[in-house]
Design a binder for this molecule. Sequence first.
Ligand SMILES: [Zn+2]
Length: 180
Amino acid sequence: MSPDIENLYEVTETKATSTCPGCQLALPKTGGPRHAYLGASPECWALFGELLAREYSDPSYFAVHGLTVDAYAAQHPGREERRTIQSIHVHLAALCLALEHDVALNDLIAVRKRIADYFADRLVWLSPPGDPGGLNVTDVLQADSAEVHSALVRAWATSVWNAWTAHHDAVRKIAKAALD
Ligand SMILES: [Zn+2]
C-alpha cells in the first residue's frame, strides 16, 4: 500500500467504521479483500459481490448486469493510473450510450472492448466528481423483485452518470467514436 493510500484512509476511517472512497458509504468495518484498482472499501466491495451473486443466480436479475458493473466502476474510479483511466472511460461511455442513446446492453460489450483496445493511448484522467451521486450498492440490494432491481440499477446508473456532468462532453466524443 502506498503512503498516499494510507493517508487517505487515515482521514476517512475510524476504528469502527470505514467510509468508501468511491460512493462514500459508511459501513461497520469488517475488512476483507478489495478490488485491485477500483476505489472501493472492502465492505462496499463485499456488498457489490452480493449484488453480483444475485444477478448471476437469476437470469431476470442478470438482464441489467452490464449496467450494474458500469455504475459501480464509474462510482469507484480509484486513483490515477493507466488501468483506472481506461476503466473510467470504458464504463462512462457505456453509461452514456445506454442512458442517452438506448444502445442495447448486449451491444455495449463490443463497445467497451473497442475503447479498451483502440482508444487506450488517447485517454486522459478525468478527475472524479466530489459528489458520487445519491444512490449506491445498498439501495439496489433493497430490490425484492427483478423488476424493481432493474429499475433501481437504472436509477443508480443515471445518478452516477449525472455526477460526472463536468466530463460528459469528453465522454460523449469517445462513446460516439467507439460506436461508429
Ligand atoms: Zn462504495
